[in-house]
Design a binder for this molecule. Structure first.
Ligand code: AMP
Length: 600
């Protein structure tokens, strides 16, 4: 039976922990702020930082080098229990510091210098396995004799066997690969006496429950077991009842103030306009790293291609991406070599990159738990983050569920319009100029050379400093237009669709005609489809130019142009002569035939 943590007298501890009580449910979450509730301070060590846990000097030194000053709430509550060797059932999400909560006490209990594994940490995905193994390595910096191995599928079996033979004390692995090694005897189990199940609910969702039970049954009678889960479905409760003994139970609940570190928003958008909405949202994002979640591998590829065509720095993370490339991709994202990651749920699980400022749910997650995991990729290590969810008019009813799960309102926002985007572009340029003006060149020689260059240009061209500055700006900005002037009619349509949805739910609604409906052509015009789009880098000017040249039409006779990912729509006067139509088919924009067709 579970013993609540608040019933444990910690004065009996072998550590120097003072005897105060831990509340069962701790309120506080995604930050590392200490918590205090009703006068009780869980873990009772807040005054002492990490020192009150009885850690070795080496470990304290490592933590201080890493800049960890205060234990997070989950650490305050879990570490004393784990240092006592107790089993533990912890409900906490990623971003709460739960990895250190179990890794630090585990490192302190490693006894052997070499030999078969003493500790096994199971994670649902290889990404999380690698990440947790990396955290262990970082915390074990002062103890180079402790070997840590990440064991996951998709990586060379033989290399893993060799590493196991050389001796590792801590294995962090995914269930499938761990089972394989155990079955064929390359993972020797007889020294194994501690097991951690990380993100247990996720393992359940991924169908690992039988594998986990098989692995749990391999452990000796005398062992420590620790389960961490973001949510607590009944299956995990049953599992804990079966395997945990006299366990401490800790729940870290998201307190509103802290959960709001991630600003959650949604945009109602019809599927056919999602890519354009994404383009606009990205234009106004803060410039930090972004993760875009898509439902399938195929969508991740399509999106990445389209964003690349728009000059974004993009990478894909899905199940088809080989393991070594995945690792490199995450590293590039961390270092700023990639700004946007387009990912599927599984591939981005557990991803911990501090510079993710925005998560875009391009496709609705499968359930609320997936939503919580997705948005948890931002707001890392106490930073602010933003999450934007694209919702089709039909999916709106799911919002209530999500709001209930996260315990806060998800705010409705509009798709950014040209005006907002242009203001954002101008602000960004200003920022870049401010930054550049305070940038110093490496050598005095370079500075002098550049100053001389400015003098020479001023004299040669007889131009003012303002003209030189404008020239330099043009150089920096390149040829692409500074201002976005794309057709916004479809935005009005989105707006009206939403309004009409709202009106439908309103009994007193009155029907209004939609003057901006871009779903039908303008008066006296027919709508044509061209097989060129954003991914071909086409701009409205290119389309007007091509059509005007070929048909002799004046620009003002060419109607609304809507550019999409792989095609565009254009309204042209009705009754186009067949020969012109045929010629227009073969006209090329950006080296691609228009292949024009009349829409139905
Ligand atoms: P986790 O919940 O284990 O994924 O950890 C989230 C992030 O918090 C990681 O980047 C950790 O390095 C960081 N972290 C964990 N504990 C602390 C602490 N006590 N002080 C500062 N940062 C921490």
């Amino acid at each position: 039976m579970a013993t609540k943590t608040n019933e444990v007298d910690q004065s009996a501890s072998i550590n120097t922990i003072e005897s105060k009580k831990i509340k069962k449910v701790l309120k506080d979450p995604l930050t590392t702020e200490p918590i205090s509730e009703e006068g009780e301070n869980p873990g009772s060590n807040s005054d002492k930082g990490f020192e009150g846990f009885g850690f070795s000097d080496k470990l304290l030194d490592t933590l201080s080098k890493k800049g960890y000053k205060e234990p997070t709430p989950i650490q305050k509550a879990a570490i004393p229990e784990l240092m006592l060797g107790r089993d533990l059932l912890g409900q906490a999400q990623t971003g709460t510091g739960k990895t250190a909560a179990f890794a630090l006490p585990i490192l302190e209990r490693i006894k052997t210098k070499q030999g078969p594994p003493e500790v096994l940490v199971l994670t649902p995905t290889r990404e999380l396995a690698m990440q947790v193994a990396d955290s262990f390595r970082a915390y074990a910096e002062g103890n180079p004799e402790i070997n840590i191995l990440a064991l996951y599928g998709g990586s060379d079996f033989r290399t893993q066997i060799n590493a196991l033979r050389r001796g590792v004390q801590i294995v962090v692995g995914t269930p499938g690969r761990v089972m394989d090694h155990m079955r064929q005897g390359t993972f020797i189990k007889n020294k194994l006496d501690c097991l951690v199940l990380d993100e247990a609910d996720e393992m359940l969702r991924m169908g690992f429950i039988d594998d986990i039970e098989w692995i749990l049954d391999q452990l000796p009678n005398e062992r420590q077991m620790v389960f961490f889960s973001a949510t607590m479905p009944s299956e995990i409760r049953h599992l804990s009842k079966r395997y945990l003994r006299n366990q401490a139970e800790i729940t870290i609940k998201a307190k509103k103030k802290e959960a709001q570190l991630i600003k959650q928003k949604y945009i109602v958008i019809q599927n056919s306009y999602k890519l354009e909405a994404l383009r606009r949202v990205l234009e106004t994002s803060s410039g930090e790293g972004v993760i875009i979640f898509a439902r399938t591998k195929a969508i991740t590829l399509r999106l990445a291609e389209s964003l690349e065509a728009l000059q974004h720095n993009v990478a894909v993370l899905n199940g088809d991406v080989p393991q070594n490339l995945r690792e490199r991709t995450v590293e590039r994202l961390r270092q700023g070599g990639v700004d946007i990651l387009v990912a599927t749920d599984v591939a981005a699980r557990g991803l911990d990159v501090d510079r993710i400022g925005l998560v875009i749910n391009y496709d609705m997650p499968f359930d609320s738990e997936a939503y919580v995991h997705r948005i948890g990729r931002t707001g890392r290590a106490g930073r602010n983050g933003e999450a934007i969810l694209f919702v089709s008019p039909r999916e709106r009813s799911f919002l209530n569920n999500l709001e209930r799960t996260v315990g806060q309102t998800i705010e409705k926002i509009e798709i950014p319009r040209n005006e907002t985007i242009n203001q954002h572009r101008i602000d960004k340029i200003k920022e870049r100029i401010y930054e550049a003006s305070s940038m110093k060149r490496d050598t005095k020689e370079e500075i002098e050379l550049l100053e001389k260059l400015v003098d020479e240009i001023t004299n040669d061209l007889k131009i003012s400093p303002k003209e030189i500055a404008l020239g330099a700006l043009n150089l920096a900005l390149g040829k692409s237009p500074l201002l976005m002037q794309d057709d916004e009619a479809w935005l009005n349509q989105q707006f009206n669709t939403r309004q009409s949805h709202d009106r439908r739910t309103d009994r007193n609604r009155s029907r209004r005609r939609n003057n901006f409906d871009s779903s039908s052509p303008e008066k006296d015009k027919a709508r044509y489809r061209l097989e060129v789009g954003y991914r071909d880098r086409v701009k409205p000017g290119n389309i007007v130019g091509a059509i005007a040249n070929e048909t002799g039409l004046q620009g003002n006779n060419i109607g609304r142009i809507q550019i999409f990912d792989s095609y565009s729509l254009v309204d042209l006067p009705k009754g186009m002569p067949t020969n012109i139509f045929k010629n227009l088919k073969k006209v090329k924009i950006m080296n691609k035939e228009l292949n024009i067709n009349l829409c139905n």
